[in-house]
Ligand binder design. Structure first.
Ligand code: ATP
Length: 251
């Protein structure tokens, strides 16, 4: 298995945000975490990316143990994420935002130089071309020189994913990528995620939009009060009585 999680437990004072959570994800698939507000989904992302340390449990990426590593070490192992609240650099251009993703590839020298004297060395050109290709894939190449803040919200979401991809990740964690998108934008997003999966990228998704989950996810884990209440294909989850009671019935 590509990512294996077992016995993951994390408490904050009296609140157990994750209790004995386990799941595994195969390479090149999309795995969704769903559940009501406060179910523990973001906590799982924070534990995988090392911004939180678990009280107990194991997280391994292709057999490499991640628990105990620092966030930058986990990023270097190939895991990156996007956030529920967009974290773009609004005053920087769309292209510059994607180029900052290259920092995680250890290209700090490049990233520094591109803003000071853009486009000089062949390395700079190569990275810029890579960033333009990522933008092209999300239909943002023509907007490369605009400030990121000038883009409509749906395009900013796509830009954030493109930036995450610039680090060359093997696993991308997407925190509510469809939040705030209209239905046309959501369809574009879903198509993009499926295209990335076809290229072999593995993704985890926290998502409240069930149509998107049903459309893109290969596997779904349902959390409630920090515990796994169901796991299966989107179709299995949709018809699971416990899931309907705890979550889907409320949507
Ligand atoms: P949402 O869908 O609203 O984002 P979630 O499923 O992502 O919710 P978490 O954010 O993981 O849920 O929160 C799970 C529980 O842990 C909640 O009760 C939350 O208040 C609590 N919690 C999360 N982080 C902390 C923290 N740093 N300190 C204290 N409590 C926390």
């Amino acid at each position: 298995m590509f990512l294996e999680v077992s016995g993951l437990t994390k408490s904050f004072g009296g609140i157990t945000a994750a209790r004995n959570v386990g799941f595994s994800i195969s390479s090149g698939s999309i795995f969704a975490l769903i559940g009501p507000n406060g179910a523990g989904k973001t906590t799982i992302f924070n534990l995988i990316t090392g911004t939180l340390q678990p009280d107990q449990g194991v997280i391994s990426l292709e057999g490499k143990q991640l628990v105990g590593l620092k966030p930058h070490q986990i990023a270097a192992a190939g895991i990156t994420r996007t956030f529920q609240n967009l974290q773009l650099f609004g005053a920087m251009t769309v292209l510059e935002n994607v180029v900052t993703g290259a920092y995680l590839k250890g290209r700090t020298g490049f990233a520094k130089s591109i803003f000071c004297r853009p486009g000089k060395s062949s390395e700079e050109r190569r990275i810029k071309n890579e960033a333009m290709e990522l933008l092209d894939e999300v239909g943002l190449a023509d907007a490369a020189d605009l400030p990121a803040a000038a883009l409509p919200f749906g395009q900013q979401r796509l830009l954030e994913i493109a930036r995450a991809l610039a680090s060359g990740p093997r696993l991308v964690l997407l925190d509510e990528p469809a939040a705030g998108l209209n239905s046309a934008e959501t369809k574009v997003l879903a198509g993009y995620l499926k295209k990335l999966r076809n290229k072999g990228l593995t993704m985890m998704l926290i998502e409240h939009d069930m149509d998107t989950v049903m459309d893109v996810a290969d596997g779904v884990l349902v959390l409630n009060f920090g515990e796994v209440i169901a796991e299966g294909t989107p179709r299995e989850i949709q018809t699971n009585p416990e899931v309907i009671k705890a979550y889907l019935g409320e949507v």
